[in-house]
Design a protein around this ligand. Structure first.
Ligand code: DC
Length: 683
């Protein structure tokens, strides 16, 4: 059972909330399964549509990617009924036959789905009407020439700007069979050519350098096409009469892989993942993990509609690094992100070469994974076509906020890594595309007693005094509708208390006791100002005096006092979000904040600003004196040993010397938007 603090997460919440933390429970046991195979689900819609009769599909993966394919087939005139609303797991595809598709009235949106775009390219290239495929930002930069080239050789007329989506397929009058020698092992390329080949007279063949996944040929055979497989070459005879099938989609090994790795690196796991498709062209992850010493056993192996299916027993193991055999790469290509996590937990060196293809997935998976693992403190580096990871089976990862960059498999891999690190503060952002392949990921984690928490995001804004961080932070908090922590006010209130009690700035013991017992309260007033109460008295005016600021800066280096004030600051992290203003927000208090900003400005500029402020209040001071004070305080704040004023390694530094507050606000909001924390800016 998930503990009571865990948050119910559904897909829509995931899309809004991009940041997650997982915590594992001490023992993982049980039998469970994962959602249906993505590759088979896509193909069930396409082949079902081209067949005669009604294809019934059970176990269809209702992920965003597969639903995109389903919707496109509907737009092409295919009636597809989904009985899920009636509590029945069955989709019925009313096939229209090989030549029954109709022109769509709009562009066809593949979303994030590379499989949809490349397979449907083969289909649409051969239609007697024009259509256009589009995709999301990530899909729109993925290479499409690999399908455009062979399809054009077959006679297709495809318009594409730079070899990327959008792809427009002009009405085709004649598609010819070809024998295609593919330069890469890609099931998507192979399938696109074979799909177009269905519409050509004669036999179309594709030969690959290595065997890629073979669901297309297996399923086409099942639907009644004449398919031949000779080694690395697959042929299909054109113009077949495809007949509707009943399809039971087995569980997706790519989704099961996250749980295989979770079980192996977990200290006490022994569970079974049921009904997993263990097709020989997909099971590389099992062989690689077994070679790393993983205790993975296949039981109850059987054949189901041409596919091998098995239950997979996984037990905690001490993994070791290996050099990944090249012949296993194509059959494990989607699993490398999570294999990298296994490698971080494996003793010795894990080396992967010959996997350049990983750079062209939903993200550059080598860069994204190595960057995240480095942040977590793993000794690793990327290679031009792979990576080297030097891990340990007892590895303790660093506190960090790692970025899945919107790549579903990278995000889930980091989540698997994070949940086995009790006592650490690891969070993962860029989780918003997990539903493209695994909509039930968090539910399943919870079923395994992994506590999933959607985290309240924090933006830290640090910098020296007079830099404009107070005003900027208040405006950012207002724009986002988030809470605001003015941590300087906490230190100033401590200073006021110290002055009141006559404490010396270097009296560590007394300051610690005072900090532990401080009666400090913040209240948001009607006009959205923050009223600060010390010992029940509102003290906002006293806090802003130069004397108070001076004392705050003097007591600030006190380690025990700072530690006593830590939880008080962390308590401000409340939904929907927090903007934290101070000196060490990004380096100490909120180390895994998804966005850290550090504001700077020259001391002269800050003295000028302070002078203007004081003049407006009727206080007459010389700029020269203010400058001296500011320089002295900067030196004290940045040279102190405890929580010195320095930008966090991952902070965005903004020099505000020549910027208006409005411009600074614009820059911070733009960063917030880039990090998926804010959606309000117009592009
Ligand atoms: O931001 P401010 O001027 O209100 O802060 C007053 C002093 O408090 C500053 O000189 C240093 C200290 N301070 C700190 O050490 N850590 C923080 N997070 C905030 C303030």
């Amino acid at each position: 059972m998930a503990n009571d603090n865990s948050v119910m997460i559904n897909v829509s919440e995931m899309n809004r909330h991009d940041l997650f933390q997982l915590r594992h429970q001490p023992v993982l046991r049980g039998h469970f399964t994962v959602p249906g195979d993505k590759s088979i689900s896509h193909r069930s819609m396409i082949f079902g549509a081209l067949a005669e009769g009604v294809t019934k599909v059970k176990g269809f993966l209702r992920s965003e990617d597969c639903l995109a394919t389903m919707n496109i087939m509907r737009q092409l005139g295919v009636n597809i009924e989904d009985d899920r609303a009636n509590g029945v797991d069955e989709i019925r595809v009313h096939g229209v036959g090989l030549h029954g598709l109709k022109v769509a009235d709009k562009v066809l949106d593949c979303g994030n789905a590379g499989t949809a775009m490349r397979l449907l390219s083969g289909l649409l290239a051969a239609q007697s009407f024009e259509s256009t495929l589009v995709g999301d930002e990530s899909l729109s930069v993925r290479p499409m020439n690999r399908v455009i080239k062979p399809l054009t050789t077959m006679g297709a007329d495809i318009v594409s700007d730079k070899g990327t989506a959008p792809l427009t397929f002009r009405a085709s009058s004649h598609i010819q069979a070809i024998d295609y020698l593919s330069p890469i092992a890609s099931a998507q390329v192979k399938s696109a050519v074979l799909l177009a080949g269905l519409f050509a007279e004669g036999v179309t063949s594709v030969a690959e350098p290595k065997k890629s996944r073979d669901h297309t040929e297996t399923m086409l055979k099942g639907f009644g096409a004449e398919v031949e497989v000779e080694g690395l070459k697959v042929s299909v005879k054109g113009l077949p009469k495809l007949m509707a099938q009943d399809i039971q989609v087995p569980a997706d090994i790519s989704s099961a892989a996250f749980f295989m790795v979770l079980g192996l690196i977990h200290p006490d796991a022994d569970f079974v993942i049921e009904n997993v498709c263990v097709n020989k062209t997909r099971d590389g992850v099992i062989h690689i993990l077994q070679a790393m010493g993983g205790d993975i056993v296949l039981t109850n192996q059987r054949q189901q509609a041409g596919e091998s299916v098995a239950d997979i027993r996984v037990r905690s193991s001490k993994l070791k690094g290996i050099y990944v055999p090249h012949d296993l790469i194509p059959s494990a290509i989607d699993e490398f992100p999570v294999l990298f996590v296994a490698a971080a937990h494996a003793t010795g060196e894990f080396k992967l070469t010959g996997a350049e293809e990983l750079k062209h997935k939903e993200s550059d998976r080598i860069a994204v994974m190595i960057d995240g693992l480095k942040k977590l403190g793993v000794n690793c580096e990327s290679l031009a076509d792979g990576a080297v990871i030097r891990g340990h089976h007892n590895i303790v990862l660093n506190n960090a906020c790692v970025d899945g960059h919107g790549d579903h498999r990278c995000a889930m891999s980091f989540l698997v890594a994070s949940c086995l690190q009790p006592g650490t503060d690891i969070s993962v952002k860029g989780c918003h595309n997990i539903a493209t392949s695994f909509p039930d990921f968090f539910e399943l984690m919870k079923g395994l007693s992994v506590d999933t928490q959607s985290i309240t995001p924090v933006i830290t804004i640090d910098g020296p005094s007079g830099v404009g961080k107070g005003t900027t932070s208040a405006l950012v908090a207002k724009a986002l509708g988030w809470h605001l922590l003015d941590s300087g006010a906490i230190y100033r209130a401590m200073a006021l208390k110290a002055i009141g009690e006559g404490l010396m700035p270097d009296d560590e013991a007394a300051l610690k006791v005072a900090a532990e017992g401080i009666d400090l309260r913040f209240e948001v007033t009607f006009d959205s100002e923050i009223a600060v109460f010390l010992d029940g008295q509102q003290v906002n005016d006293q806090l802003r005096t130069e004397a108070c600021g001076e004392m705050a800066s003097k007591i600030a280096p006190n380690k025990a006092m700072r530690a006593a004030l830590l939880d008080r600051q962390k308590a401000f992290q409340q939904a929907p979000g927090l903007v934290a203003d101070g000196r060490d927000m990004g380096t100490v208090v909120f180390q895994s904040a998804p966005l850290k900003v550090f504001l700077t400005a020259s001391a002269e500029e800050r003295a000028k600003r302070r002078h203007k402020q004081l003049q407006q209040k009727g206080v007459d001071v010389r700029i020269r004196d203010l400058l001296k004070d500011i320089e002295a305080r900067d030196l004290r704040d940045s040279s102190r040993k405890v929580a010195p004023l320095v930008p966090a390694d991952d902070a965005h530094v903004i020099d505000t010397s020549d910027l208006s507050i409005k411009e600074v606000l614009g820059q911070v909001l733009a960063l917030a938007q880039k990090n998926g924390l804010y959606h309000g800016l117009q592009s």
